[in-house]
Design a protein around this ligand. Sequence first.
Ligand SMILES: C[S@@+](CC[C@H](N)C(=O)[O-])C[C@H]1O[C@@H](n2cnc3c(N)ncnc32)[C@H](O)[C@@H]1O
Length: 273
Amino acid sequence: MGNPLPLQLPVFSILSRLIEARSGLHYRQAHLERLASALSPRARELGLDSLLDYYYFLRYDPKGGEELDRLVETLVNHETYFFREDQPLRLLVDTFLAPMVEAGARPRVWCAAAASGEEPYTLGMLLGERALLGKVELVATDLSRPLLEHARQGLYGGRALRAVAGTIADRWLEREGTRHRISAALREAIAWRRVNLVDFAEIEALGQFDAILCRNVLIYFGDLTTCRVVDQLTAALKPGGLLLVGASESLTPLGTSLDSVERAGAFFYRKSA
Ligand SMILES: C[S@@+](CC[C@H](N)C(=O)[O-])C[C@H]1O[C@@H](n2cnc3c(N)ncnc32)[C@H](O)[C@@H]1O
């Protein structure tokens, strides 16, 4: 693999801006070494011996856009697992979605950074346990095409499934060798799409939702991008709709038109009715 190629500050600045414009991922100067280590193998693979040349390739070569997508793929954090931060999901189902269905509605829920699918499948399992699967429209999206393909296949190993209770596993998972596949009924209950959260036309095309999950992704964006994305998510919420962010994320310091609502220790952001 070799040592990282040198990355001078001005080159770091233009490269990190290019990456941020494409994906929202924000790199501070303290991340310079990390970025140099991530970019160097890709530059070398293309036969380039400087990161400035790599920048020019990304920016001006006809294949630059494809390469930028491939690069972003190596930079994003894909960590997720079934039943991660499940308490807010249970509350969403029990106190928000179930009453809506009882009142005759078919709520729409969007899982906006679904990674390899563990989060929307968890929500689907919780809905299924209350006989609500199929009565709630589930849309799951991510930036990463390979992760979305993994999600569609629905095949997982023990690490992803480490927090799944036995009774749930028996109902929704089928053993395939050393791994488990999500049952067809659950796989078919979710519509998978590629959506880049910094591409606002793509968000708008999805329509309006009663609830949006955007968890553990805003943390990788800069403040300005986060504010813009949250504005778009707010516009994509129906009046009275809820936005859920990750347990370690908070919109309050940045300011938002959404109301912060606490339910049983979990925080939701609600659009005024
Ligand atoms: C750490 S995972 C979070 C998965 C899940 N939401 C959870 O909380 O477990 C972050 C995901 O955000 C996705 N992501 C990063 N930038 C994105 C963007 N601009 N648009 C859409 N998804 C993005 C990554 O591909 C990755 O799958």
